[in-house]
Design a protein around this ligand. Structure first.
Ligand code: AMP
Ligand code: ZN
Length: 510
């Protein structure tokens, strides 16, 4: 391989644990174990949440294109994610709507997957609900307790972060402002260290918690962080290759997941997760009242004012316009959401879609979106030389740079040195990763070309004479003669079809 050639076998990912780009290699040769923090289902996913799952979807498609098999787990948080003022968000949502907590969770879980499907976010291999894994959580808590990592305080069971030398290494907690952590966890006199967190709630601070279970630590419910450690362990084993989530989870939730999961690993087995991937936020300028240096204000579910996919659809945008909008930025950059930018995304997507349709019609082909692995193999071997396909793959393999990937597709379309076939192939390849609906609703020239064009063969004169005689026989009510003529025609391979315009002959398929 020429030294300047990109290496199409390696995916470079920015690992938040270590804060650098690294070549991704799974622990097992051909299978990737991936865990992604899923939605809290007490409300609709907002457009910020959908960024997280869109990034994870792109990662999925890259790993599959590189030939890996995937075990991708997504959890559904249907218990234990509390508001700062101590109310259960699930219960709040349920009582506001006069429904049971289970109804609420099921309703918003379904809504979440509908949004994902509309956004072309593929379903992970394993989807697990927290409430189905309370026993796994209790087992993990018992192991932590047996290893001396827990303490009781004020009736609740806490994880003692003071027992860990490197707690918070992911977030670089030593460098960040202590207040940022405390603003989420609050100052709590029950804690030995302010970073300690509850593994199991059994005291009545949250007396109105709707779902409770018996446990060795009293009747109650799990803390939020334990569910991810428990379910990752259940489905993926003691160690995993990739863990994803939004940047907001890095400081507290993921630091706590690491604390729990690494405490039960032998010291020489650390780290629990090989690669931590964090997507940046979608922020809204409209809500900008910030003093923290961010360009806008983060969109959040708990603010109650978050924009959803159906809000965008109500304004006439397709979910794929939003996907295009998201993919126009690198996942580690914050995105400012505003409707003008959405309008730009919609127009650009439409233009690219039109190009795709024209090329499709010109080439007379049906796009094959499921064979990215074959294309990657040809790019690796050098058999495929299309510079824009090479550029596209190089961009995606360089820390999922979808913005550069999109630029490669536009370059392909504008490149006068490429044949329509080569342009079409570049868009087909790009679409198999980006899934922005380039070939949806486009002019389907290929389908028209595929319909066999049937040029009728003229019926010999002699049979037309027989047909005319049969018609006369019918008119004069000589049905025996009419049937006789029909049989003659049939033996010659012609069928009489009576139409509004009179009888015609059609060649029978033998
Ligand atoms: P939640 O349902 O709030 O737990 O969030 C689900 C996923 O969305 C998590 O990975 C969060 O880190 C991520 N997330 C939450 N808000 C945003 C946002 N405004 N922009 C991007 N990702 C977000
Ligand atoms: Zn999690």
């Amino acid at each position: 391989m020429c030294p300047t050639e990109p290496d199409f076998t390696i995916l470079q990912l920015y690992n938040s644990d270590g804060q650098q780009l690294e070549a991704f290699r799974p622990r097992r040769k051909d299978t990737v174990q991936m865990y992604c923090c899923g939605p809290t289902v007490y409300g609709y996913a907002h457009i910020g949440n959908l960024r997280a799952y869109t990034v994870q979807d792109i990662l999925r498609r890259c790993l599959l294109a590189l030939g890996y098999r995937l075990n991708h787990v997504l959890n559904i948080t249907d218990v234990g994610h509390l508001t700062d003022d101590g109310n259960d968000k699930m219960l709040l949502s349920a009582s506001a709507k006069g429904k049971s907590v289970r109804d609420i969770a099921d309703y918003y879980t379904d809504a979440f997957f509908r949004d994902c499907a509309a956004s072309h976010i593929a379903k992970p291999e394993i989807i697990c609900r927290a409430t189905d894994h309370i026993a796994d959580m209790q087992e993990l808590i018992a192991r932590l307790e047996a290893s001396g990592y827990t303490y009781y305080s004020n009736g609740n069971l806490y994880f003692d972060t003071g027992k860990l030398g490197d707690y918070g290494r992911l977030a670089g907690l030593s460098q960040i402002q202590e207040e940022e952590v405390l603003s989420r966890t609050g100052t709590d006199s029950a804690k030995k260290n302010q970073r300690d967190f509850v593994l199991w709630f059994s005291n009545g601070k949250f007396a109105d918690q709707a779902m409770q279970w018996d446990s060795p630590w009293g009747r109650g419910y799990p803390g939020w962080h334990i569910e991810c450690s428990a379910m990752a362990g259940r489905f993926l084993g003691a160690q995993i290759d990739i863990h994803c989530g939004g940047v907001d989870h890095k400081t507290v939730h993921h630091s706590n997941e690491i604390a729990q999961s690494e405490s039960i690993l032998a010291p020489d087995k650390k780290p629990w997760v090989k690669f931590w991937l964090h997507n940046e936020f979608v922020v809204m300028k409209e809500h900008s009242d910030v003093t923290d240096g961010n360009v806008g204000h983060k969109i959040s579910k708990s603010s109650g004012a978050a924009i959803t996919l159906s809000d965008l659809q109500d304004k006439g945008f397709s979910p794929l316009d939003y996907r295009y909008f998201l993919l126009g930025s690198h996942y580690r950059s914050q995105i400012q959401f505003h409707f003008q930018a959405m309008e730009g995304a919609r127009k650009s997507r439409k233009r690219l879609q039109q190009k795709a349709g024209e090329l499709q019609a010109l080439c007379g082909k049906t796009p094959q979106l499921g064979n990215s692995t074959e294309h990657v193999a040809k790019l690796r071997s050098g058999e495929q030389k299309n510079p824009h396909m090479r550029g596209f793959l190089a961009a995606l393999l360089q820390d999922l740079n979808t913005a550069r990937g999109l630029a490669s597709l536009w370059n392909a379309v504008k490149d006068n040195g490429l044949s329509p076939q080569e342009k079409f192939e570049a868009l087909e390849f790009g679409e198999s990763f980006l899934q922005i609906g380039l070939f949806e609703g486009a002019h389907t020239g290929a389908e028209e070309a595929e319909i066999p064009v049937s040029v009728p063969t003229p019926v010999p004169q002699e049979y037309l004479v027989l047909l005319a005689r049969r018609d006369e026989a019918r008119k004069s009510k000589d049905y025996t003669r009419a049937d006789q003529l029909r049989n003659e025609l049939s033996q010659a391979g012609y069928q009489i079809i009576d139409t509004a315009e009179g009888p015609i002959l059609e060649k029978q398929n033998v």
